[in-house]
Design a protein around this ligand. Structure first.
Ligand code: ZL4
Ligand code: CA
Ligand code: ZN
Length: 393
């Protein structure tokens, strides 16, 4: 008896593959697939599985992966053996084919299977949306937004988001992609650069010389050639260190509100990378679980079919908190959720504080200095408004 009931009038599906949680990128690598196990265990401890359709997803087939990726790349990915590249040689090593085998995208045991599982969860989620069996489909094991057609990048090998959006495009004329990971969603932006059927919007830390991947300037809105249908269909919200919940929410509501009103998407793909949270090992923002979740809430209120993807997130206890809260938003349990973590939750001590909503002081000690003047945020909103005038209503 958990007290969690199904939301009235619509369906949420939850897609995972427990095998994924077992893979290792190597010692000290920030990407830790076990954060998926931690997240799922917290979600289940709250009893939320009773309010969703729960699926163990299939692994994507080679043919499905080839819907976006080149077969050269897939063939190589399927045959490479984990041969660790000597660290000091790595930068000069001319034999890093497809950007595989460096410290960001190492070759590890079972890499191809891990990739097809991540893609499988995302594609299953997309299929549930297309068949109208789900209104919100959750794939926390997906969200690997940097992968290119024939190249691994930034911990991402297979772009499950692109594959899922390609599914959605079979049924919906227009799909909106939103990315709240602290990194720029470059792989998804690039994949749909030349089409007006997908609009991409990424919020990210932008510092071209010091922060990965270095792309995603405010002025980058798609092909510069006006005759290319993709022009004015990419949006970037470049931010600086220390942005707060209040500012991020303000920006998100203005930008996404206007984008949805103008573009009228039939489906939304929302990448919920949790490295935009305060205290993340790689991130730089001061977002709290509430502010991160407010983005999911805002999108949900648009009543448009939606996929929620995972993505980055390198402080596993906070990743689990965010994705748990966001699952509760999907099933409309967020207003009733007990902010005290369930007594019986496995790894409860791992969370350090027994709350779902730690304060900034609890997560950071000292919050990062906020380098986002309100004036700059206003400029960003203004730029988006101007770009949207070029978009066909
Ligand atoms: C690590 O400690 O900025 C990888 C990566 C491995 C273990 C031991 C190796 C030590 C931080 C990162 C050497 C590490 C050198 N280990 C890493 C330009 C870089 C070249 C690689 O959230 N070095 C590259 C990628 C980013 C770069 C971010 C975000 C993914 C997502 C979606 C991808 N790459 C500089 C860094 C470590 C490591 C410690 C690391 N890599 C931090 N930032 C990067 O958007 C899932
Ligand atoms: Ca982003
Ligand atoms: Zn990231």
């Amino acid at each position: 008896e958990s007290g969690v009931t199904r939301p009235k009038g619509y369906n949420v599906s939850f897609h995972c593959n427990p095998e994924m949680e077992k893979y290792h990128f190597g010692q000290n690598h920030p990407m830790k697939p076990w954060r998926l196990a931690l997240s799922k265990s917290l979600i289940y401890s709250y009893g939320m599985s009773f309010a969703m359709d729960n699926y163990i997803s299939r692994t994507a087939t080679y043919e499905e992966l080839a819907g976006f990726h080149s077969t050269d790349y897939l063939d190589f990915l399927g045959t490479v053996l984990p041969e660790p590249v000597p660290r000091d040689l790595e930068s000069q090593n001319p034999d890093l084919r497809f950007n595989l085998g460096g410290s960001d995208c190492p070759l590890f045991e079972g890499l191809y299977d891990y990739c097809s599982m991540s893609a499988g969860t995302a594609m299953d989620a997309a299929r549930k949306i297309c068949s109208n069996q789900s209104d919100i489909a959750i794939a926390w094991g997906g969200g690997l937004h940097h992968a290119k057609k024939a190249e691994a990048s930034g911990f991402c090998y297979i772009n499950d988001i692109v594959l899922a959006i390609l599914q959605l495009l079979r049924f919906y004329p227009r799909v909106l992609y939103i990315d709240i990971d602290v990194h720029h969603g470059d792989g998804v932006e690039e994949a749909f650069f030349s089409t007006d059927r997908v609009m991409t919007v990424s919020f990210h830390k932008y510092d071209p010389n010091n922060f990965f991947p270095g792309t995603g300037a405010l002025e980058d809105n798609g092909p510069k050639n006006e005759h290319n249908p993709g022009s004015h269909h990419a949006f970037n919200v470049p931010l600086n260190d220390g942005i707060t919940d209040e500012q991020y929410k303000w920006l998100f509501d203005r930008v996404i509100g206007d984008v949805v009103a103008k573009f009228r998407p039939g489906a939304i793909a929302l990448q919920c990378g949790a490295d935009s949270l305060a205290g993340d090992r790689l991130g730089r923002f001061n977002l709290q679980v509430q502010g991160h979740g407010a983005c999911v809430e805002f999108c949900k209120e648009k009543n448009i079919p939606m996929i929620l993807f995972g993505g980055g997130g390198y402080t596993p206890r906070n990743v689990a908190r965010a994705w748990t809260y966001e699952t509760s938003i999907a099933i409309e349990y967020n207003k009733k959720i007990d902010p005290t973590l369930p007594q019986h939750a496995p790894w409860r001590d791992h969370f350090r504080h027994d709350t779902l909503f730690p304060t900034l002081e609890q997560t950071l000690g000292e919050p990062r200095q906020n380098r986002n003047p309100q004036k700059r945020l206003q400029e960003i909103v203004q730029h988006v408004t101007e770009q949207l005038r070029f978009v066909q209503a």
